[in-house]
Design a protein around this ligand. Structure first.
Ligand SMILES: [Zn+2]
Length: 313
């Protein structure tokens, strides 16, 4: 018995000493994200083709404009038959107008990520293997863009605790309204409230749904849904209380970035894709300034109602 105890003691001693020696291995120093991305500076990728305009550490908002770039950087055309290459005209200017309005109304600058490369050469809103890039520069710019998004999301998680990522786009569909995308399928959006209430786990706002007193259908088309808040500001949107279902009309439910950086796969940052119409909303500077202020107001109300964050001054 005593011998067994001794062996046991020796084995434990060996295990403990192994662990100890592991712990004394030199650890790689990890810089805090706020050292890499200093608030109110702009961090650039290779040759300034993608950039991260770093906001205030207390801001819970991330905005991104992936499809309004114009530079080609000698990258060959994405000529795969499945590659969509159309530019989202004026969406970067609209995104900056929203950012300016948020700063004016809250005193907090959001984090903003912008791609300056033409979509015909580099596609940030698809998985890398489905982007059909034609050279390694396009791949490395894609990776830089996604590092910015990932790090912005981590900063919001670390410094605020929860937040909202709005991926900004522009559509050319017939009906002039903002298409609000939560990754929820058009079929589910066209279904009854009861069916919609059973699919929050398919959405990019799962963290909001899991922590809300609203049903999921209310979060999508109730009084305080993002689309409803937009429409209340005079920016027609679907789905919303005013326009609850896309029916058979054209509608984008959200792409790769909304899926990847929202809360569908966990985390406390939710994501919404905003597909904006051109006419009346973003086609000239006057429209962009006015819509930027309205969208900012909707965001502020959304943060109050769903995050308990009172951002307005
Ligand atoms: Zn787009």
């Amino acid at each position: 018995m005593k011998r067994i105890n001794l062996y046991f003691f020796l084995i434990v001693l060996v295990i403990c000493s192994c662990k100890k020696s592991d712990q004394t291995e030199p650890k790689e120093e990890k810089k805090p994200l706020s050292d890499i991305y200093k608030p109110n500076t702009t961090v650039y990728g290779t040759d300034n083709y993608v950039k991260f305009i770093v906001g205030d550490l207390k801001s819970p908002i991330i905005l991104a404009s992936p499809h309004d770039g114009t530079l080609t950087a000698n990258i060959p055309l994405r000529d795969h038959p499945d590659a969509v290459t159309v530019r989202d005209l004026y969406v970067t200017d609209l995104t900056l107008a929203i950012s300016d309005a948020l700063y004016a109304k809250t005193g907090l600058r959001p984090h903003v990520i912008i791609n300056e490369i033409a979509r015909s050469r580099m596609e940030p809103n698809r998985a890398l293997e489905e982007a059909y890039h034609k050279n390694e520069l396009a791949n490395s710019l894609w990776k830089e863009y996604h590092t910015f998004l990932k790090d912005a999301r981590q900063m919001v998680t670390d410094y605020v605790g929860k937040g909202l990522f709005l991926d900004m786009h522009g559509h050319g569909h017939t009906i002039p309204r903002v298409e609000v995308g939560y990754i929820v399928s058009k079929t589910n959006l066209n279904s009854s409230d009861a069916i919609l209430n059973s699919v929050p786990a398919t959405s990019s706002i799962l963290h909001i749904a899991n922590n809300s007193s609203f049903t999921f259908s209310q979060l999508i088309r109730g009084d305080y849904a993002f689309g409803t808040l937009l429409a209340n500001e005079g920016v027609p949107a679907v789905p919303s209380k005013q326009d609850p279902k896309p029916n058979n009309d054209d509608y984008f439910n959200g792409g790769y970035c909304t899926l990847t950086y929202g809360s569908r796969n966990g985390g406390t940052v939710s994501a919404i894709q905003l597909e904006t119409n051109g006419s009346g909303l973003r086609n000239n500077a006057t429209e962009r300034k006015a819509s930027g202020a309205k969208i900012a107001d909707a965001i502020i109300k959304y943060m109050k109602n769903h995050y308990g964050l009172f951002l307005d001054k």
